[in-house]
Design a protein around this ligand. Structure first.
Ligand code: 4NP
Length: 162
């Protein structure tokens, strides 16, 4: 099972912390032993709590953002994590430029697990928009996390059966 997952967006204050909060909640509910973290391709919000607009949408849907603080992607993340999931193509390209060849296979678009991929391939940056953008982010992330979790559980069952 891919047990360590890193979600990556630009600032690590809107999309990837939301994925972090949603995925750890769903994994805990299913007692799935995975480690979830998040990071940003930019360091400009380092040390900040998630954006209040993400937190209010997420909390209303039952997710906790406790302990989530923005931090930039580190070079050591490429060895540390099993799956590194980018929220959009810009973030993916940033990761692809930095990642050593031996870990490139860990880099994917987060929504590559979404049932409507490739029609929906990116979680749009909500930062300069209104609350509808944040609601869409949460919806896409909930759907993506459910599909990702199903995939991880299925992979695990296949490995156990071999
Ligand atoms: P995130 O959103 O990448 O989902 O955390 C953004 C946060 C901050 C900025 C852009 C996007 N910014 O330009 O500061």
């Amino acid at each position: 099972m891919s047990s360590k997952i890193l979600f990556v967006c630009l600032g690590n204050i809107c999309r990837s912390p939301t994925a972090h909060a949603v995925m750890r909640h769903k994994a805990t509910q299913l007692a799935t032993p995975i480690v979830v973290e998040s990071a940003g391709t930019s360091a400009s919000h380092r040390g900040q709590a998630p954006d209040p607009r993400s937190v209010s949408q997420g909390k209303a849907a039952g997710y906790s953002f406790a302990g989530i603080v923005s931090r930039p992607v580190k070079d050591s993340d490429f060895a540390e994590y099993d799956l590194i999931l980018a929220m959009d193509n810009d973030n993916l390209q940033h990761l692809q430029r930095r990642c050593p060849p031996s870990h490139q296979h860990k880099l994917k678009l987060f929504l590559s697990f979404h049932p409507h991929f490739p029609d929906i391939s990116e979680v749009p940056d909500p930062y300069y928009g209104g609350s509808r953008g944040f609601a869409l982010v949460l919806q896409l992330i909930e759907q993506g996390c459910e599909a990702l979790l199903q995939q991880l559980v299925a992979d695990n069952q296949r490995e156990l059966a071999q």
